[in-house]
Ligand binder design. Sequence first.
Ligand SMILES: [Zn+2]
Length: 232
Amino acid sequence: MFYPMYYFDPTYFLILIGVLISMAASAKLNATYQRYSAVRSRCGMTGEEAARRLLMSQGIYDVQVRRVSGRLTDHYDPRTKTVNLSDTVYGSTSIAAIGVAAHECGHAMQDAGDYAPLRIRAALVPVANFGAQLSWPLIIIGILLGGGSLVSLGILLFSLAVLFQIVTLPVEYNASSRAVKLLDSTGILVGQEVGQTRSVLNAAALTYVAAAAASLLQLLRLVLLFGNRRRD
Ligand SMILES: [Zn+2]
């Protein structure tokens, strides 16, 4: 009884739209990243060298630049004050690598400058994890027990995880905009290289927008399906 409802319910299209948006954004990022991974920057700096130079240019001396394994695993960790660059970014002199390295330095600058959305996002991490882990079990148990309040609590927890994804957006766009401006002003990238880096970082940011949109659609579906349960 429970499963057929999921397979034949028309709101399932909301999930499909979310999946399609995410796939399109990810395909766009892969294509753009691959394209500019093959374009060597004129300055000849590696991602690592560019990151060190950018951090120094901002007077940030307490952040380490480290190498991490994997692909697209690059991130800034505010707890350990480290810019972590993946194998393909750390030693590469491509436009894409320098753009990603600069983006992570953008997060280090946000941290150094007490950028409010970054702080809000960090504060939301435990809440969002809690919400993401408990929302579905609560919703499913709620449905099985026929209890509206458990389902409502599950939806509320799910919306906390969605909120986290929305707060992530200004943080990501701001880090990229700082990165592009700084690569330009320090002369690490010149001329059309600046626009090429911008397109890589925009494609990366779009994947966050797609993920947030997909989660919002999922939330909308939950509300459409269960929003009126209490009145039954
Ligand atoms: Zn980022």
